[in-house]
Design a protein around this ligand. Structure first.
Ligand SMILES: [Zn+2]
Length: 542
């Protein structure tokens, strides 16, 4: 960790302020510092507060901050008002706030009135929220004006979104865009001492009735922020558990603070003992939809994202998988390491059913699968001689031993197209080539993870011998199912052990795989490609 990051972790408010400014300006050192802090994020409660101008949001946020401080909690506030570029309203508001909290290092305030030239407002906001989270703030409050698409996206960064309304604002509920109403987890009727407060509450109820059947009904809290009324109730509402399954409105690439470790495997892993605070995250990527919603939560104290490779109910065949969307989705969640769990057939006598193999090589026998993010005007050649991250593979090997699983480190995973299994002739040829195990999915994952600068290691779980083996035909379906179930149970143990053991920071080279890979002249990269690849390449193209 660099000195800057260490200071921020130690609670140095000035270092934090400098980093916030650096991140807004996309200063490389500040962004690097943010990267180093990323593993420490994921503990803050991120609250979005939105509402039309004049609804008293700032006062409400201030009152919330004061209440939190009284309870010993630290707060980061990001106040966004892109409409005030001309009037300078946010700057003025910021001064008033600064005066109120100025002697208190427990409240860190940052206001943003401009869109920034690179990456946009939502991007900068996500980075700032991540910074405050990693700096150890208990609550990060993002305050926006509910008037535009940017603000809807920003509100989508939050785990809980509060929509503030006030009496006497003309169209009342209609004055806010429909999109804003849909993202509300909590409604606040502020200035509830005004005569029309009941009418506002009635409007909200009516609107919620119309939207009935779309999940749990958000609470409506009456508040008078200037007097501190209703603030305790608001705090309770934003501190409660995030409902499950919750369709998070994360816009891919805009939020990177959700998970540090990714697990690709079966959906059975979600119910693993100790996997807590689960949240279902729907991500749309520039490469399309991933196999399934990601399930993000805490496992053994770490933020982990699970993806069911073949979708819930095993709907997708290996040839149908959108590997790019799966890996891009992981990247956009902030994942730095992927542990992949896969059932495989054995091509060697020594890899017996129920053994786990951690291959260090892949061999491609697939056809025509999309296996790169690059193209469309941006050529990049990554090194792939050693396709597996040695650090993660080492940790996974230890984890297998700790879980009591018979494990072999090293070997070659032959990736076939499928979906039909091999012929005997093919199986024998693969054996003559010295291949160890055979599966249908991991090569593309490994390659794309490398392009995305994510560490990748496979835990290959041997289900049976491939068809070359004399016992192959004698194996009953019951036996195979029984092996699959035993392997799945062992997989849970291995994942828990591995997640516990993975060091917070990476010591391998995977995180800079693209450093010398991009061949195309930076100035020749088409804007559309730049935008499409976004988070994958931005640190090299700024
Ligand atoms: Zn690595």
């Amino acid at each position: 960790m660099n000195e800057w990051a260490s200071k921020i972790r130690a609670g140095d408010a000035r270092a934090l302020a400098r980093a916030a400014t650096g991140i807004e300006n996309r200063d490389p050192l500040a962004l690097e510092t943010l990267e180093q802090l990323r593993p420490f994020a994921g503990n803050a409660r991120i609250v979005g507060i939105t509402g039309a101008p004049g609804s008293g949001k700032s006062t409400l946020v201030d009152a919330l901050a004061l209440t939190l401080r009284r309870r010993g909690k630290t707060v980061g506030i990001i106040a966004i008002d892109p409409t005030s570029r001309v009037s300078g309203g946010a700057v003025l508001g910021d001064r008033i706030r600064m005066q109120r909290h100025h002697a208190d290092p427990g409240v860190f305030i940052r206001s943003m009135a401009t869109r920034g030239s690179l990456g946009g407002l939502a991007r900068a906001t996500a980075d700032l929220a991540l910074l405050m989270d990693a700096a150890g703030r208990d609550y990060v409050v993002i305050e926006t004006v509910g008037v535009g698409q940017d603000e809807i996206e920003i509100a989508g960064l939050a785990q809980i979104t509060v929509v503030v309304l006030v009496p006497g604002m003309g169209d009342g509920v209609q004055s806010l865009k429909a999109g804003i109403m849909e993202i509300a987890d909590v409604f606040v009727v502020n200035k509830a001492d005004l005569p029309d407060a009941n009418a506002v509450e009635r409007d909200i109820a009516l609107m919620l009735d119309l939207a009935e059947g779309q999940g749990s009904r958000p609470p409506v809290i009456r508040a008078v922020a200037t007097e501190g009324t209703g603030i305790a109730e608001l705090l309770e509402a934003v501190s409660g558990p995030v409902s499950l399954p919750r369709q998070s409105r994360l816009y891919s690439g805009e939020l990177k603070l959700k998970a540090e470790i990714g697990i690709i495997g079966g959906s059975g892993l979600y119910s693993m003992p100790g996997f807590e605070a689960q949240e279902e995250v729907s991500i749309e990527t520039p490469f399309g939809r991933p196999s399934e919603n990601f399930v993000v939560g805490k496992l053994c104290g770490r933020q982990v994202a699970f993806l069911a490779r073949h979708g819930q109910g095993h709907r997708l065949s290996p040839s149908e998988l959108n590997f790019r969307a799966n890996i891009y989705g992981m990247k956009s969640l902030g994942v730095e390491r992927i542990i992949s769990l896969s059932a495989v057939g054995s091509l060697k006598e020594k890899h017996r059913p129920l053994d786990f193999v951690i291959p260090d090589q892949f061999f491609d026998r697939t056809r025509g699968r999309a296996s790169t993010f690059f193209g469309e005007g941006l050529v990049a050649h990554i090194a792939f001689a050693d396709p597996v991250c040695p650090e993660v593979a080492g940790v996974v090997e230890e984890a297998c031993r700790a879980a009591g699983v018979n494990v072999t480190r090293g070997g070659t995973y032959l990736c076939m197209e499928g979906p039909a299994f091999s012929t005997k002739a093919e199986s024998e040829v693969y054996r003559s080539w010295g291949m160890d195990i055979i599966g249908m999915t991991n090569l593309q994952e490994a390659k794309l993870a490398r392009e995305a600068e994510i560490c990748y290691a496979t835990v290959a779980m041997v289900t049976d011998y491939d068809c070359w083996h004399p016992d192959h035909d004698a194996v009953s379906v019951e036996q195979i199912v029984s092996n699959l179930l035993k392997n799945a149970a062992n997989a849970c143990k291995v994942v828990a052990e591995a997640v516990t053991r993975l060091p917070a920071a990476r010591a391998c080279k995977c995180g800079s795989a693209l450093a010398h890979a991009i061949i195309t002249d930076r100035s020749a990269v088409p804007e559309a490609t730049r935008r499409k690849l976004g988070i994958l390449i931005e640190k090299y193209l700024v």
